[in-house]
Design a binder for this molecule. Structure first.
Ligand code: TLP
Length: 346
């Protein structure tokens, strides 16, 4: 029996249909551009994000890294949020491997970067300054609670960047969750930006992979960088086959995960000692905090739940994150709420 694994949507296993498609996939050497399934996936990803072309990469981290390195040279500056995944959780790759300087500005609680902060962060022409080359946004914004950023906001932020001859990259690891939550298409959300990464291996359930999309010229550069990073894969069609199902089918069912995240949040706030510290979920993430009177830590609660085969993600001693996905059903939600209640009241 699988545990009820709410630590992330990255834990999703491929569906039986994906496993069958993986077994049947036509493959070729993708570094030669000869894997038909990868080519089909890249074309579909480009179509769904409204971009010219796509590049299959092993992870969201590599997609963001290849994008930043394709947009920026050594010593150039990227503006990104203090709570962004690229700044917090990608091991400093953009500076370690690309020599790219980061200018971090605060994320607002809704995941956005204030437009006036973006304007103020753009460097003036001065020999002492790095050149501000890129703005990075994240949608949905993970650390801000899985919040979706609207088309209007994305357009306004991108307009500022473009006025200053900067490019805009969108970390859309959960772009399809944002699209489902806002009732718009992924292409609508990506239209204002120059490049976008989205992940197949999170809520979309594929075992491995992300796609970076942008103009043909940009992707040519990113393809070389992927090779430099060691991310050129060979018969990757076995992975891309699962990615096709992720895009064609799994992208259509994400509202179900969002409904369950709300159900989970509603259940958990009825448990004494628990509060939602990033508000009611708008997509698939529930961020919880313990009230001051709770005598045990979030780590202790996670250990206790693990004994009942329920895995949750403590972020620090007082906060936890729970993420819903395809393998979490209504019964799992009820069981999780009951387990929290017994951990906190007995
Ligand atoms: N996020 C993971 C952890 O790394 C925190 C998670 O469990 O949520 N962008 C965003 C917004 C992400 O949330 C993630 C993964 C990535 C990029 C990186 O994707 P991978 O794990 O495929 O490198």
């Amino acid at each position: 029996m699988f545990p009820i694994d709410l630590r992330s949507d990255t834990v999703t296993h491929p569906t039986p249909e994906m496993r069958e498609a993986m077994a049947r996939a036509s493959v070729g050497d993708d570094v030669y551009g000869e894997d038909p399934t990868v080519n089909a996936l890249e074309a579909l990803a480009a179509e769904m994000t409204g971009k010219e072309t796509g590049l299959f990469v092993p992870s969201g981290t590599m997609g963001n890294l290849a994008a930043v390195l394709a947009h920026c040279g050594r010593g150039d500056e990227v503006i990104l949020g203090t709570q962004s995944h690229t700044f917090l959780h990608e091991a400093g790759g953009i500076s370690a491997l690309g020599g790219v300087h980061s200018c971090q500005i605060p994320n607002q609680p809704d995941g956005t970067l204030a437009l006036e902060d973006i304007r103020a962060a753009i460097r003036t022409e001065d020999i002492h300054h790095p050149v501000t080359r890129l703005l990075c946004l994240e949608n949905t914004h993970n650390d801000c609670g899985g919040v979706p950023l609207s088309v209007e906001y994305t357009r306004a932020a991108a307009e500022i960047a473009h006025q200053h001859k900067m490019a805009v990259h969108l970390d859309g690891a959960r772009l399809f969750n944002a699209a489902a939550a806002l009732g718009v298409s992924a292409a609508d959300l990506a239209a204002p930006v120059d490049s976008v990464t989205f992940c197949l291996s999170k809520g979309l359930c594929a075992p491995v992979g992300s796609v970076l999309c942008g103009s043909a010229e940009f992707i040519r550069g990113a393809r070389r960088i992927r090779k430099q990073l060691g991310g050129g894969m060979r018969q990757a069609g076995v992975l891309a086959a699962a990615g096709m199902i992720a895009l064609e089918k799994m992208s259509l069912r994400l509202e179900e995960d969002h409904r369950r995240a709300r159900l989970l949040a509603e259940g958990l706030v009825s448990v004494p000692g628990l509060v939602l510290n990033k508000g009611m979920p708008l997509t698939n993430m529930v961020y919880l905090a313990l009230t001051d009177d709770v005598p045990i830590s979030a780590f202790a609660i996670a250990d206790r739940l693990e004994k009942e085969s329920i895995l949750v993600g403590p972020l620090d001693a007082r906060r936890l994150r729970l993420v819903t996905h395809y393998w979490i059903d209504d019964a799992a939600i009820q069981k999780t709420v009951a387990a929290f209640r017994s951990a906190l009241t007995s």
